[in-house]
Design a protein around this ligand. Structure first.
Ligand code: NAI
Ligand SMILES: N[C@@H](CC=O)C(=O)O
Ligand code: NA
Length: 430
């Protein structure tokens, strides 16, 4: 039976995501009410710039005082789509203290301080839901938290940043320049307020931390995630990947160690074969593989960024949280009982593509091969091309520990015959 008294919702932030949340809440009010079992009413919208024209946003609901809004006491659910650490963190905590549950899209905050936020929610018998924070519209947080809660997840690997995937795709398929592609991604609402978060890998690292924490039932913060962004990827890397039948993607990879006693989480550009399903993920789409003991391999795919797709995930959480409210219950909280340590990048084992500029004279190849052997890194393939006494060596290794590869490269740099290390890129997906 439908309850007539509405559930009251406060919206914090009315930018790319917030404006779409408002639109869907307004245009689909009847359906949302039917699915929840009570009407949901937008009771206030906190914005930073009140004079901005916002189509479809009732002017009487707009306020610049977000703190007063979350302190009202009659708000059932706060939707936080401001972004950043502060004031979002204080507003969310204050919302819990005043009886509201929270839906957030804020991966930066959850990855930095998720444990404290979950504790604050629990202390106040409230929900904290954040499906939109990871891979936009793609259901990933809820499947990991709920559907796979009875299985053992060993690996999560995928593309979790729409902006960088859009840039790489445009550079690869249309030959667009880096800045031009980034400007387009920003105009389409994919990039963060400061796109450095996207291109330097902070956004993907935040998502990797959240995924690793939920998948392995432990605590992982953004500081635990090894992070390399897109800015070091050169046109030569992309061309070299093409020659190998590969493409370059920015990947997030979270793994449980073979002995199950630790985990790793990393974000970096990697070469993947064109035959791998991730190679065909275009534009701002995301795709994530989850490998679980009983389930086997699952693939999640869909729009990873943009106002409407992200609002879809926010609205899904809103419906869930409202249903919990009506039932007088809360959904699953933080599950971090394993307390598995996060190992450093040096412990990660993978393959590498290394491009060296060397002197083109007898014995150089043997010298280079010896350095690899001395550090326990086995070579899979070598390609040499050169002229006028200089040569380029492209080496692909078998699987080796990252620490072993780093010391190999350190030793190679010491050789007089190695003029420079043009690029080092990990090779995944084989
Ligand atoms: N745009 C996207 O594709 C996605 C965004 N997200 C996350 O959603 C959140 C919002 O992102 P966007 O809407 O893209 O950003 P945005 O920059 O378009 O919107 C944020 C809005 O919050 C407002 N704001 C800032 N401080 C405020 C305050 N103290 N009080 C009231 N309003 C304030 C800003 O003026 C801005 O209009 C971020 O956490 C972002 O990481 C998550 C998934 C996808
Ligand atoms: N800036 C992010 C938005 C979604 O999380 C991205 O590009 O993926
Ligand atoms: Na999602």
């Amino acid at each position: 039976m439908m309850r007539t008294r509405p559930l009251k919702v406060a919206l914090l932030g009315c930018g790319v995501v917030g404006s779409e949340v408002t639109r869907i809440m307004t245009t689909h009010a009847d359906d949302l009410a039917a699915r929840i079992g009570a009407p949901v009413e937008l009771a206030g919208i906190a914005v930073r710039r009140p004079d901005r024209v916002r189509e479809g946003v009732p002017a009487e609901l707009v306020t610049t005082d977000a703190t007063a809004l979350v302190k009202r006491g009659d708000i059932d659910v706060v939707i936080e789509v401001i972004g950043g650490i502060e004031p979002a963190r204080t507003l969310i905590t204050t919302a819990f203290e005043h009886g509201a549950s929270v839906v957030s899209a804020n991966k930066a905050l959850v990855a930095a301080d998720g444990a404290a936020l979950h504790a604050a929610a629990e202390a106040n018998d409230a929900d904290l839901y954040y499906e939109a924070a990871v891979a936009g519209a793609i259901p990933l947080v809820r499947p990991l938290r709920e559907s796979l809660a009875g299985d053992t997840v060993n690996r999560v690997l995928g593309i979790v940043n729409g902006t960088t995937n859009f840039i790489l795709d445009k550079m690869d398929s249309t030959g667009a320049g880096y800045s031009e592609a980034l400007d387009e991604a920003t105009a389409l609402g994919y990039a963060e307020a400061d796109p450095t978060a996207d291109v330097e890998g902070f956004d993907a690292a935040a998502k990797a931390a959240i995924l690793a924490g939920i998948a392995f039932h432990t605590r992982v913060t953004i500081d635990d995630v090894h992070r390399e962004g897109l800015t070091e990827v050169t046109a030569a890397d992309i061309a070299s990947a093409k020659r190998m039948g590969c493409t370059v993607k920015l990947l997030a990879i979270c793994e449980r160690a073979a002995d199950g006693a630790s985990v790793t989480a990393r974000v970096h550009p990697a070469m993947i074969p064109l035959t791998h399903p991730l190679a065909s993920v275009r534009e701002a789409y995301n795709a994530v593989f989850v490998e679980a003991e009983a389930a086997g391999q699952l693939m999640f795919y869909g729009p990873g960024a943009g106002g409407a797709p992200t609002a879809s995930a926010v609205l899904g959480d809103l419906v869930a949280v409202c249903r919990n409210k009506l039932a007088g219950a809360t959904g699953p909280g933080e599950s971090a009982y394993t307390r598995l340590p996060v190992s450093p990048m040096g412990a990660v084992v993978t393959r590498y593509h290394i491009s060296l500029d060397v002197a083109d004279k007898p014995g150089v190849l043997a010298q280079v091969a010896t350095i690899f052997a001395e550090h326990g890194v086995s070579i899979d393939t070598v390609r040499q091309s050169g002229k006028d006494g200089e040569a380029s060596l492209v080496i692909v290794t078998h699987r080796a520990a990252d620490a072993a590869l780093s010391s190999t490269v350190g030793a190679l740099r010491e050789l007089d015959t190695v003029r420079g290390v043009a690029s080092i890129m990990r090779v995944e997906g084989e």
